[in-house]
Design a protein around this ligand. Structure first.
Ligand code: UD1
Length: 340
C-alpha cells in the first residue's frame, strides 16, 4: 500500500517515512526542499537499505501534484506534513503562511478527490489550543485565538478538512494529529532535525550551544506561574510521534472510525519546564550548558501539555522514549552533524 508523504524530507516527515517502510507500507515522498535537505534522502537510504521514491514538487503546484498521483497509482492515504512552521516568521510574513499552508492543503484535497484518494492524516499542532484555561488539554478543550498566523493556519486547515469531509458528496476521511513538541533523532543518528540558520526551537538551540556553534542559550522568561518560572511543554520523541502516524493510517484504512474526521493529541501526557529540559540535557550529554535567563518571547504560551488518553484508547498509541533518551538522541545527532 502506497502512502504519499508530503514534506517527507522534513524533520517529522522523514522519521515517519522510516516507520511507514518498516511497517510494510510503501512511502512516496513529495517535498519542495525549501526547508529540508537532499541529504535526508541519503539518511533514509542508509536506514532502509533502499531508495524511497521522491518527487521535488510544491504541493501548491496543482499540475505537478497531479503528475505525482498519475505516476503513483494506488495511493491508499496521504500524510500531509508540508507546511511552513516558524512561529516568528509567520508574524512577519502572514500572507506567505496563509498562501502556503492553506493553499497546499486546498490543492492536495482537490487532487485527492480527483484521483479517488480518501484518507488523509494532517499535521496539526497544540498551538490550536492557544492559551488553555486548564491543563492537560484534551481534544475537547476549546480552541482559542491562535497566538500567531502559523497557529491560525493550523486552525484553518483543521476547519477546511472538517468542512470538506462534511460535504454531501464527500468521501474524505481524516485524522488530525495535534503534535506537542517533537524532539530528538533517529537511533541510527542518520536522521534528525536540520534547522536552516539559527534554530528557533529549544532542543536544536541547546545541542548547537553544547557543540560550540552558539555562545549560550537564552531561556525566554523565568517569571511564569510554573514550578520553576519557565515555560512548560510536552516534549515527545520524533520516532514516537512518527509511530502515531502509522496508527492513524491503519485506522483510516480499516475504516472503523465512527466519524469522518477524528482529532488526537500526540504528546507524552507530561509537561517539563525549559530548565528541566536543560538539566536533563546536561545529564544526557555529561556537559554543562551555558545559559542565561532572558526576557519572555512574544507569543509564548506559559504552559501546555497533552491529555494523551484518547490516542492511547483509540489509536493504541503511547510514547516509549524518555526525555533523557530523547535528548541523548538529539545530542548524538548533533555530534554526527559535527563530523560532517
Ligand atoms: C512552537 C509552536 C508549535 C510549533 C513549533 C514549531 C506554539 C504554542 N507552539 O512551539 O505549535 O509546531 O513552534 O516550530 O505556538 N525556548 C527558550 N529559548 C530558546 C528557544 C526556546 O527558552 O532559544 C523555550 C520557549 O520559550 C518555549 C520552549 O523553549 O517555552 C519550546 O520552544 P520551541 O522549541 O520554540 O517550541 P514552541 O514555541 O513550544
Amino acid at each position: 500500500m502506497k502512502i504519499l508523504v508530503t514534506g517527507g524530507a522534513g524533520y517529522i516527515g522523514s522519521h515517519t517515512v522510516v516507520e511507514l517502510a518498516e511497517a510494510g507500507y510503501e512511502p512516496v515522498i513529495v517535498d519542495n526542499f525549501v526547508n529540508s535537505q537532499e541529504s535526508v534522502l541519503a539518511g533514509l537510504r542508509a536506514i532502509l537499505g533502499r531508495d524511497v521514491p521522491c518527487y521535488r514538487v510544491d504541493c501548491i503546484d496543482r499540475a505537478a501534484l497531479r503528475g505525482v498521483f498519475e505516476k503513483e497509482p494506488g495511493i491508499g492515504a496521504v500524510i500531509h506534513f508540508a507546511a511552513f512552521k516558524a512561529v516568528g516568521e509567520s508574524v512577519r510574513k502572514p500572507l506567505a503562511y496563509f498562501e502556503n499552508n492553506t493553499g497546499s492543503l486546498l490543492t492536495l484535497l482537490e487532487v485527492m478527490r480527483e484521483f479517488g484518494v480518501e484518507n488523509l492524516v494532517f499535521s496539526s499542532s497544540c498551538t490550536v489550543y492557544g492559551i488553555p484555561d486548564a491543563l492537560p488539554v484534551t481534544e475537547l478543550t476549546p480552541t482559542k485565538p491562535a497566538s500567531s498566523p502559523y497557529g491560525r493556519t493550523k486552525q484553518m486547515c483543521e476547519d477546511i478538512i472538517h468542512d470538506t469531509a462534511a460535504a454531501p458528496d464527500a468521501h474524505l476521511r481524516g485524522i488530525l494529529l495535534r503534535y506537542f513538541n517533537p524532539i530528538g533523532a533517529h537511533a541510527s543518528a542518520r536522521l534528525g532535525e536540520l534547522p536552516l540558520g539559527v534554530p528557533n526551537n529549544l532542543v536544536p538551540f541547546i545541542t548547537q550551544t553544547a557543540a560550540g556553534l552558539r555562545d549560550k542559550l537564552t531561556i525566554f522568561g523565568s517569571d511564569y506561574a510554573t514550578p520553576d518560572g519557565t515555560n512548560v511543554r510536552d516534549y515527545i520523541h520524533v520516532g514516537d510521534l512518527a509511530q502515531a502516524h502509522i496508527a492513524a493510517v491503519r485506522r483510516l484504512l480499516e475504516r472503523t472510525a465512527p466519524e469522518a474526521v477524528e482529532t488526537f493529541n500526540v504528546g507524552t501526557g507530561h509537561g517539563n519546564t525549559v530548565l528541566e529540559v536543560v538539566h536533563a540535557f546536561e545529564q544526557a550529554s555529561g556537559l554543562k550548558l551555558n545559559y542565561v535567563i532572558g526576557p519572555r518571547r512574544a507569543g509564548d504560551v506559559p504552559a501546555i501539555y497533552a491529555d494523551a488518553i484518547k490516542a492511547a484508547q483509540v489509536l493504541g498509541f503511547t510514547t516509549k522514549t524518555s526525555l533523557l533518551d530523547s535528548l541523548a538522541s538529539a545530542w548524538q545527532w548533533q555530534l554526527t552533524l559535527a563530523d560532517g
